[in-house]
Design a protein around this ligand. Structure first.
Ligand code: HEM
Ligand SMILES: *[C@@H]1O[C@H](CO)[C@@H](O)[C@H](O)[C@H]1NC(C)=O
Ligand SMILES: *[C@@H]1O[C@H](CO)[C@@H](O)[C@H](O)[C@H]1NC(C)=O
Length: 373
């Protein structure tokens, strides 16, 4: 189904021939129209790294995250211990993102991938060692697609010069994701990020597979996956809006790792699939395609219109429009951009407080890639 929004957003035009949609969705659409509603990843094809079918077992619920914004996190945490900290990080993100906006997308995704595995503790940054040859970083959800590591390195190096041993890598990721959101939204997403996280010492390949949702998850799987991290359906829908920037490898939405590809708008399907080896034999390897073909480098609410128009890559994106409750949220976000921007900021802060480490199991790393001795 394609949904068109008139200039003043006062009405939705639903083409007659697309009425095969679910009545629940239709009801939502009609409601909105009538109230004049407002305004590689999972492995390269060469080595899918054994990412098997949807994990039959739902994610093991982890210990409940500390209530709301954990009491140990504070806005302005480094004000006295390292006053330049946030500025140094923002500058590193600004420079990297102005050269390549994709790096900013990578940093926003890195925050998500860090927080969902062992909590927000920079476990995603740890390099393989003889003692731990298979850290999160090498797991299919992260390798080879996760990017932005060198920005964290640049920031950490600068911070270690100015205030050695003070700023955790986990906080650097959270600030960097905040800053990338600011730059990629052209300043519209602008919020304070509380800090005071500690870095973890555990990073496991299997946990990244267990906790990071694959792109073929359906709605109930996605909801359960987020719930295990104390995030609700609203957070799921709001944070998925990050798919309005960055890219996806073809292997994430075609081939064996996409057992249930979403029904795509035919023109969109032709366009994206012609860039992928599965349908274009003249193409080899695992290229990337833009997630949002309308405003590819802008972090905005275009994603939700893309969901409505079936111009999204993953089953997990399309799934947001498969229940009445989440469809309503998709519509709200599609038609209320500033409300979505505020919700996105809030959800990023909420995600940034998942399962924080304590003095007993955390530290401030000297190098973000290795644990301290
Ligand atoms: C809801 C479940 C989610 C699923 C199943 C999912 C899945 C994916 C997949 C498969 C890719 C493409 C990776 C590749 O092949 O290169 C991707 C990219 C991306 N995801 Fe998600 N994601 C989800 C939620 C999120 C959240 C919560 C965020 C952040 C708030 C996020 C931010 C991004 C960004 C920014 C990219 C582009 C990365 C780049 O260009 O390097 N995603 N996601
Ligand atoms: C989602 O997938 C799971 C596992 O395959 C299945 O049990 C469940 O019924 C599906 N839910 C929906 C809404 O399709
Ligand atoms: C490969 O073929 C498709 C159509 O089959 C075309 O759109 C695309 O431009 C070609 N790509 C290259 C790299 O030649």
């Amino acid at each position: 189904m394609r949904v068109q929004v008139s200039r003043d957003c006062s009405q939705l035009i639903i083409p007659y021939q697309s009425m095969g949609l679910r009545m629940a969705n239709l009801a939502v659409l009609v409601l909105f129209a009538s109230i004049g509603a407002v305004a590689g990843q999972y492995g390269s094809p060469a080595a899918p790294l054994g990412y098997t079918s949807p994990s039959s077992a739902p994610p093991v619920p982890s210990p409940p995250a500390s209530p709301s914004s954990s009491p140990s996190l504070k806005v302005g945490y480094y004000q006295s211990s390292c006053p330049q900290a946030e500025k140094i990080i923002m500058e590193a993100v600004r420079i990297a993102t102005s050269k390549n906006s994709g790096v900013g997308a990578g940093l926003i995704r890195m925050h998500f991938h860090d927080c969902f595995v062992q909590g927000c503790d920079a476990s995603v940054l740890l390099d393989p060692t003889p003692a731990n040859p298979q850290p999160e970083k090498l797991s299919p959800p992260n390798f080879p697609s996760l990017r932005g590591f060198e920005v964290i390195d640049v920031a950490k190096e600068a911070l270690e010069k100015v205030c050695p041993g003070r700023v955790s890598c986990a906080d650097i990721i959270a600030f960097a994701a905040r800053d990338a959101s600011f730059f990629l939204s052209h300043g519209r997403i602008n919020f304070q990020m509380p800090a005071g996280r500690l870095d973890g010492r555990v990073s496991l390949f299997g946990e990244a597979l267990n906790f990071l949702p694959p792109p073929f998850f359906n709605l109930s799987q996605l909801i359960a996956n987020f719930k295990a991290k104390n995030l609700d359906e609203d957070d799921l829908v709001v944070l998925s809006g990050a798919h309005s920037i960055g890219v996806s490898h073809c292997s994430s939405f075609t081939g064996p790792l996409a057992p249930n590809p979403p029904a795509m708008d035919p023109a969109f399907a032709t366009k994206v699939l012609s860039q992928c080896p599965l349908l274009s034999p003249n193409i080899s390897g695992d290229p990337t395609v833009m997630q949002d073909i309308v405003t590819p480098d802008l972090l905005d609410n275009q994603y939700y219109t893309n969901v409505l128009n079936h111009k999204v890559l993953f089953a997990s994106d399309a799934a947001l429009f498969s229940s009445q409750q989440t469809s309503t949220k998709v519509l709200e976000n599609a038609f209320m951009p500033s409300r979505w921007e505020m919700k996105f900021a809030k959800a990023m802060v909420k995600m940034a407080a998942i399962e924080l480490k304590t003095a007993a199991n955390g530290e401030i790393r000297r190098s973000c890639r290795v644990i301290n001795n």
